[in-house]
Write a protein that binds this ligand. Structure first.
Ligand SMILES: [Zn+2]
Length: 397
């Protein structure tokens, strides 16, 4: 039995930092990677991932699987050698391509065209392992978890996720029906933060509903890739008013809406047209914007002309408030700003709930800035072993 094929796991990066996550899963016959991201600014290891057989030397990797399109998970994909197939969700891939095409004028290369597409629930078999993409719930649209099965073992890699999004019930159902899991590899972004004030995406939607009825002209500042948030805002725009944005955001929403459940689609979003300005002023509107030259002057004009009827909804992580373009926009809007946001990441309490649902034999928490997860006093089942593995260390499942 000594030469029995076993599964090895090697966290390549992300064991003790949030960004730049990459995890290797290998058997004697194959190796695959999960995510290939860039580090966040100023955190942990900043060096470029350099993996023999993946980014350098002779190609020796069967595939790379991406959980979602955020830079901390896809940023270093262009460094992967051309012969190695990279997979991600079909809709997420299209959105990533649209983002890249939008930035071509500032030197962006459109590499998302080369990525192979996955559909949730449809497995891929590569040599010893079956990899099944599962629909997740994150601030990036159409995010995936991966169930990896083979050599008598079952591993779940969560990617970034949460239980307070619109798909929480669907995700809980998936987790409850997983069956035995030998190893759970989960993100732990919010591990050190206790959530005293639990809010969900439905709360955001209710706030949008109220704000759009209290104000005739409402600007929403959100990440252009936060599809669920933007779609919810558009659904709240009152009858007779306009749901506006620019051509790029409209294009992204059309892609996202194609395979979306009816209740989560965006509603009547159209690109802003200067020649229709009179109609917008007469009827009122909710407009999705980004900070910068394109939209900030318009926000400034409305705050000057209609100070009592205009509102800016700040719907992003508070850390972005100090970015120069954002700070300028907030300065013009300071007469009336509402803050409506929830995290894309699971709370500590919900993470405990997930672990107790899955009851994995072994647990690895990465994508966290916590140095010693053991010290977080996480409530986990006594049958679950919490691993403390460093980047580059290999262990057998
Ligand atoms: Zn992430």
């Amino acid at each position: 039995m000594s030469d029995e094929n076993k599964i090895r796991v090697i966290p390549r990066r992300g064991a003790m930092q949030i960004g730049g996550v990459c995890t290797e899963i290998a058997t004697d016959n194959m190796r695959i990677m999960f995510d290939f991201g860039s580090p966040l600014e100023g955190e942990g290891r900043q060096d470029v991932l350099d993996i023999e057989g993946v980014t350098t030397g002779k190609a020796n990797c069967d595939a790379v699987f991406i959980t979602h399109y955020h830079g901390d998970h896809v940023g270093e994909v262009p460094n992967i050698m051309a012969d190695i197939p990279v997979y991600m969700h079909k809709t997420a891939r299209e959105i990533l391509q649209a983002q890249q095409e939008h930035k071509v004028s500032v030197g962006q290369i459109v590499w998302a065209k080369e990525i192979k597409e996955l559909t949730e629930g449809v497995p891929i078999v590569i040599k010893d392992l079956k990899i099944t993409p599962l629909a997740s719930d994150h601030s990036a649209s159409d995010s995936l978890m991966y169930l990896v099965e083979g050599c008598g073992k079952r591993i779940l890699i969560t990617g970034d996720y949460r239980l307070h999004g619109f798909y929480a019930d669907r995700l809980k159902g998936t987790l409850k029906n997983l069956g035995h899991i030998d190893l759970l590899i989960t993100e732990g972004t919010n591990l050190s933060r206790s959530s005293s004030n639990y809010k969900d995406e439905q709360w955001c939607e209710k706030e949008f509903w109220r704000i759009l009825r209290e104000n005739k002209y409402v600007f929403l500042l959100a990440s252009s890739s936060n599809i669920d948030r933007i779609a919810a805002f558009s659904r709240c725009v009152p009858r007779g008013e306009y749901a506006l944005t620019d051509g790029y955001q409209t294009h992204v929403m059309r892609i996202a809406d194609k395979n979306r459940d009816e209740e989560f689609k965006s509603f009547k979003i159209h690109p802003y047209r200067e020649e229709k300005r009179g109609l917008y002023e007469k009827g009122g509107f909710g407009m999705i914007i980004r900070a910068g030259k394109r939209h900030t002057p318009l926000v400034k004009e409305f705050f000057e002309k209609y100070p009592d009827k205009t509102c800016l909804v700040y719907s992003m992580w508070k850390g972005y408030e100090t970015l120069p373009d954002v700070a300028e926009l907030l300065e013009y809007s300071k007469g009336h700003i509402e803050r409506v946001h929830v995290s894309g990441h699971i709370t500590k309490e919900d993470l405990e709930q997930v672990i107790s649902i899955i009851k994995p034999e072994k647990l690895m928490i990465h994508h966290t800035d916590v140095k010693d997860v053991g010290e977080q006093r996480l409530k986990i089942p006594i049958s679950t072993e919490l691993l403390n593995i460093e980047d580059g260390e290999s262990f057998i499942v």
